[in-house]
Design a binder for this molecule. Structure first.
Ligand code: ADP
Ligand code: MG
Length: 694
């Protein structure tokens, strides 16, 4: 199953949105985020610090400033990932950042404006354009699902009843990893269809929420696309590759205030950021590399993204920032988070011939339907032949598949028409036959009529089968067929050039970053000093540089410490509130529930780690809920009394000789039971004599 076992790190890119009008009017300070696009660096200014304090610099795989276009981000940072998915890798893109910094803008964007279409619509175009341009020996099956995680519950956004239904469960499969059980998945044949799926999900998301803004800042949305591709290998057999793409719009990363809430609201507040803080912990544990345990199981989101973080997937993280000074703290946290994620190593590999490939099932079903249709064709031919007395031309069976489809239909129609005409002619002949007795005429006409009905039924069945076959086959997309009308050579060239440019920019940036790092290391080696004075100057310069670095690191340590203290205080606060809540519950239990009742309840409780909940064990185990028939005495069919046993031994009374005297039988015919005319009953007297040993 594995091809490429090499590991690669999570790609992290940062995007900063422009200042909003409100932010522009509220202060003259301007943005606090500067970007060096060439080097892929973000420089953050602390608006509260004195000007002497050095600015913080972070380096990423790519950075996109306020003027960046959606298309740039896609071509440079997302396109290679989607290409990998089409080649059978798992891929994940997730947008992380504070609410209002452009996560949804980056992932979805404005659909109607081609300039502002985000990652998701561009990915749709990309996938279907790729399929339409691939070789014709490739078959594709594209599926889409859409879910959201809200208050630690997974909701299927494509299920019309999702607002009422219970949250979906996560399951684990050793081959394919963690998946959502019973999640709706729609087969999509074109861009239009997959966009429709997206729209349906977006509407469902909006309908379920009382305040869409608040809802979207607290829920995670996951759009999943599975692309299965089958292609004949060198061994002549068809091989299937499955690429799964997760497009994730995360909840807002800002801290949610939890103070002063109680009861249900407290539980809710504790759950709101659970997935996000668990994600942070997972990223820290993976980036650290030293801790053996990665807490994937702490939340639904981290379990779903288990493969994307440190597993079998290629991952791109888009961290979004706002430039406003008032959000300095949040911006810094986002940058730290993103910086940590850079160190995560994944082990992507091509998913080849997995057991659960749906494409394989579809191919089998199509082959089965085709065989059925061919059989019908053969049968109608045979009948034709009998009718016309012609010989069956066996060679004609070897037609190409495409031709055969149309041929089957045409011939079936023709056959039915001819048969109908023939039956009509025969009926006419019967009617016109003066020598035939009227009764005989009627009988023959009736027979012909029946044949006519049979014929029509047969035709209907064939039509249904053909429709089913066509529907199944249309779900599979064949490479090289033009499913997108606007593709032409020029466009293809343009896209290729764009890709080349994006590739070059990426390479350039990498080289620049490497050069910068090397420069610092080799500065000393390359320097030759002509005079002592020069040496002092050079060394002072270096000292200054190192001193600035030291100050930066010191500030960093302080920041990290502050952050730890803050989150610790928050955790303590939550703990205090939970303890208070617990004491309250204890008080009620101790004072109002009798101890024996409490014990009974306690004994019945079990913890379900899958659902992270305590559950009641059923009072009666499921398999014993039906009362069993008591076991019989050894050698007998049923329990016997002492008296009966003696009677049997004596060979006396017939009452003890049979167990079943009445038998239902459908073949024998004696008396018809009056209430139920179809059921014939007879008494099996003969058995009375034969069965003397019970
Ligand atoms: P989030 O999903 O992170 O809460 P949104 O994507 O809803 O944030 O963005 C908030 C607002 O900022 C929207 O009105 C959006 O149009 C605007 N916006 C975000 N990023 C950009 C950008 N790069 N260029 C222009 N406008 C942007
Ligand atoms: Mg959003």
């Amino acid at each position: 199953m594995s091809k490429n076992k090499s590991s690669e790190s999570v790609k992290v890119v940062v995007r900063c949105r422009p200042l909003s009008r409100k932010e522009e009017s509220s202060g003259p300070a301007g943005g606090i985020v500067q970007m060096d696009l060439r080097l892929g660096q973000v420089i953050l200014r602390n608006p509260r610090a004195p000007p002497s304090e050095p600015q913080k610099t972070f380096t990423f795989d790519a950075v996109y400033d306020a003027n960046s276009k959606q298309r740039e981000l896609y071509d440079e940072s997302v396109r290679p990932l989607i290409d990998s998915v089409l080649a059978g890798f798992n891929g994940t893109i997730f947008a992380y950042g504070q609410t209002g910094t452009g996560k949804t803008y980056t992932m979805q964007g404005a659909w109607l404006d081609p300039e502002k279409r985000g990652v998701i619509p561009n990915a749709f175009d990309h996938v279907f354009t790729h399929i339409s341009r691939s070789q014709s020996d490739k078959q594709y099956l594209v599926r889409a699902s859409y879910l959201e995680i809200y208050l630690e519950e997974i909701r299927d956004l494509l299920d019309p009843n999702h607002t009422n239904a219970r949250g979906l469960e996560l399951r684990e499969n050793p081959d394919t990893g963690v998946y959502v059980q019973d999640l709706t998945s729609c087969v999509c044949k074109s861009i239009k269809e997959i966009e429709e799926v997206m729209n349906v999900g977006n509407q469902a998301r909006a309908v379920g929420a009382t305040d869409m803004n608040e809802h979207s800042s607290r829920s995670h949305a996951l759009f999943l696309i599975t692309v299965e591709c089958s292609q004949p290998g060198p061994d002549g057999r068809k091989h299937i590759r499955v690429g799964r793409l997760n497009l994730v719009d995360l909840a807002g990363s800002e801290r949610q205030a939890k103070t002063g809430v109680q009861g249900e609201r407290l539980k809710e507040a504790a759950k709101i950021n659970l997935s996000l803080s668990a994600l942070g912990n997972v990223i820290s544990a993976l980036a650290d590399g030293r801790s053996g345990h990665v807490p994937y199981r702490d939340s639904k989101l981290t379990r779903l993204l288990q493969d994307s973080l440190g597993g079998n997937a290629k991952t791109v993280m888009v961290a979004t920032l706002g430039p406003a000074p008032q959000h300095y703290d949040e911006t810094l946290t986002t940058l730290r988070y993103a910086n940590r994620a850079k160190n995560i190593q994944n082990q992507p590999r091509v998913n080849e011939d997995p057991k659960d490939a749906l494409l394989r099932e579809f191919q089998r079903e199509i082959a089965r339907l085709r065989a059925q249709l061919n059989y019908r064709k053969w049968r109608s031919k045979q009948k034709n032949e009998q009718m016309e007395g012609e010989s069956w031309d066996g060679d004609r069976e070897k037609e190409t598949e495409g031709e055969e489809d149309e041929e089957v239909e045409k011939e079936a129609e023709e056959y039915v028409k001819l048969e109908e005409q023939r039956l009509e002619r025969e009926k006419e002949a019967i009617r016109g036959d003066e020598y035939m007795v009227a009764e005989e005429k009627q009988r023959l006409l009736g027979e012909k009529e029946r044949m006519m009905v049979d014929l029509r039924k047969e035709q209907e069945a064939t039509e249904q089968l053909t429709a089913k076959y066509k529907a199944m086959e249309s779900k599979l997309l064949v490479g090289g067929k033009n499913i997108i009308d606007h593709t032409n050579e020029q466009q293809k060239m343009l896209e290729m050039k764009r890709q080349e440019i994006a590739e070059q920019t990426r390479n350039e940036r990498e080289i620049q970053q490497q050069m910068l790092a090397q420069d610092e290391e080799t500065l000393e080696l390359r320097e030759t000093f002509t005079s002592l004075q020069q040496e002092v100057e050079a060394k002072t310069k270096k000292l200054k540089k190192l001193y600035t670095k030291l100050q930066c690191i010191k500030a960093e340590i302080k920041d990290v410490n502050d952050e730890h203290v803050k989150s610790r205080q928050e955790l303590e606060q939550t703990q205090n509130e939970l303890t208070r809540e617990l004491k309250f519950k204890y008080l009620i239990i101790e004072n109002f529930i009798p101890p024996e009742e409490k014990n009974k309840i306690m004994n019945r409780l079990i913890f379900d780690p899958e659902e992270d909940q305590w559950k009641f064990q059923p009072l009666v185990p499921a398999e014993r809920s039906m009362k069993k028939r008591p076991a019989s005495a050894v050698g007998y069919k049923r329990p016997l009394s002492q008296y009966a046993r003696v009677a049997i031994a004596m060979g006396g009374h017939s009452r003890y000789r049979v167990s079943v005297a009445v038998k239902w039988d459908y073949s024998g015919l004696a008396t018809s039971s009056p209430g139920c005319p179809n059921l014939m009953v007879y008494l099996s007297f003969s058995q009375l004599d034969n069965r003397n040993n019970l």
